[in-house]
Ligand binder design. Structure first.
Ligand code: HSE
Length: 433
């Protein structure tokens, strides 16, 4: 039987795991697809860095490889925007289906890429781009296609989850936990993309686009990282039965109902306190998990390894089998739809809740003055707790839901009050009753 030929773009940790699994599972893959799969070539920047790959497969000319007549499918695991975008566009134009693990590219230019794939009648699959091995995009795109999604809340970055988990376990500050994560290989030498939330924001954009049938790019995502999370924040969270997680939150906000004119999507990445009883709270170490709330299905949870060569390669190969089957059937699988076209709600107008901890003096009128500042900004208080007395009192306040701008303005005003010695902790709260 004539094999299906695959061009592999990139041969780093994920690419080499893809190559190895393609080889080791060749018979099973052939049986599952209905044809053998053969690697046509592997595009890399430095062929001499890949002694394990047969030399005749290696090439530095990725564009020539993806447009070769004998290539049927392209697997892109080089990451980044360029040259990946140009190569994918060239592949579509040449009629090849693509499997990609490239979250940055999909979050930046997903609409144009999907349009190019649709025009060519080929597939663009990218399960590995979000949460590594976890089957998530296909469930959103296919299994839940008959439902209405309300919220998708995820821990989609393993590095930051490892750091926050260690802070909770050991009482360490951010810098100390990051140093440990770097030493153990959980954090990159340059951890910016993970720690500052860029990685999670790209994934959030992809999840929101699929969940709400609305084009969302990384630029639409409000992004805050974890470098400002302190040991005090983590301790305060524990005091109210919560834990701190970096969350990617994609939600449909607005008028109740399905597709009402007033509905918008709000997409944000920031650290937040969540109750320890929440399913996401028990996701420790470098694991990822995504919690989905749908009108009919109710609550769903997806959990697993979000990074690493083999787990990511598993998702790549799953997509490869799917696009290969489609190819043999002479069909393209379901693409993404942006038909809902919901507006993206700015963070300032997105409803959130805050946990705020203040050092104040325990004197008559202090609580009234602090409460008045919340009222001035239209923010309703849910709970207030006071610890200590005399000069060293601490007020811990959890608000009800209010527009994020009103909450931020309240905190700014509190910082300027004479009776407030210090605002010692401010974090958003998710999932509290
Ligand atoms: N760097 C990511 C993480 C994995 O720490 O989860 C790849 O997206």
């Amino acid at each position: 039987m004539k094999p299906l030929k695959v061009a592999l773009l990139g041969c780093g940790t994920v690419g080499s795991a893809v190559l190895r699994l393609l080889h080791e599972q060749a018979e099973d893959l052939a049986a599952r697809i209905g044809r053998p799969v053969q690697v046509a070539g592997v595009a890399v920047r430095r062929p001499d860095h890949h002694p394990d790959v047969p030399a005749e497969l290696l090439t530095t000319d990725a564009e020539a490889l993806v447009t070769r007549d004998d290539v049927d499918l392209v697997v892109e695991v080089i990451g980044g925007i360029e040259p990946a975008r140009t190569l994918l566009m060239a592949a579509f134009e040449a009629g090849k289906s693509v499997v990609s693990a490239n979250k940055a590219l999909l979050a930046d230019d997903g609409v144009a890429l999907h349009a190019a794939a649709a025009k060519a009648g080929v597939d663009l699959y990218y399960e590995a781009a979000v949460a590594g091995a976890i089957p998530l995009l296909r469930p959103l795109r296919e299994s839940l296609a008959g439902d209405q999604l309300r919220r998708v809340v995820g821990i989609v970055n393993g590095t930051t989850n490892y750091i926050l988990s260690r802070m909770a376990e050991t009482g360490a500050g951010f810098a100390e936990a990051l140093a440990e994560a770097t030493e153990l290989g959980y954090a990159e030498a340059d951890p910016t993309a993970d720690v500052d939330g860029f990685d999670a924001a790209a994934k959030a954009a992809i999840l929101a686009s699929l969940a709400f049938h609305t084009p969302v790019t990384a630029d639409d995502v409000h992004r805050e990282g974890i470098s400002e999370v302190t040991a005090t924040d983590v301790a305060r969270a524990a005091e109210i039965g919560c834990t701190v997680k970096l969350l990617a939150i994609c939600e449909r906000v607005g008028r109740a109902g399905n597709g009402g004119d007033g509905d918008t999507v709000a997409v944000r990445v920031h650290p937040a306190m969540i109750p320890t009883s929440h399913p996401l709270a028990s996701v420790g170490g470098a694991f990822n998990a995504v919690f989905v709330e749908a009108e009919a299905a109710g609550q769903l949870m997806f959990y697993g390894q979000g990074a690493g060569g083999e787990p990511t390669a598993s998702a790549v190969l799953g997509d490869l089998v799917a696009v290969a089957r489609n190819r043999l059937a002479g069909a393209a699988g379901p693409g993404t739809t942006g038909y809902a076209g919901l507006a993206v709600r700015p963070m300032a107008a997105t409803p959130t809740r805050y946990h705020i901890s203040l050092d104040v003096a325990d004197k008559p009128g202090v609580l009234a003055a602090v409460a008045a500042e919340f009222a001035t900004h239209g923010v309703s208080i849910s709970t207030v707790r006071q610890d200590g007395h005399g000069d060293a009192a601490t007020l811990v306040i959890v608000t009800h839901s209010a527009p994020d701008a009103a909450l931020a303005a309240t905190v700014a005003a509190l910082r300027g009050m004479d009776i407030v010695r210090a605002v010692t902790s401010v974090l958003r709260v998710e999932g509290l009753q």
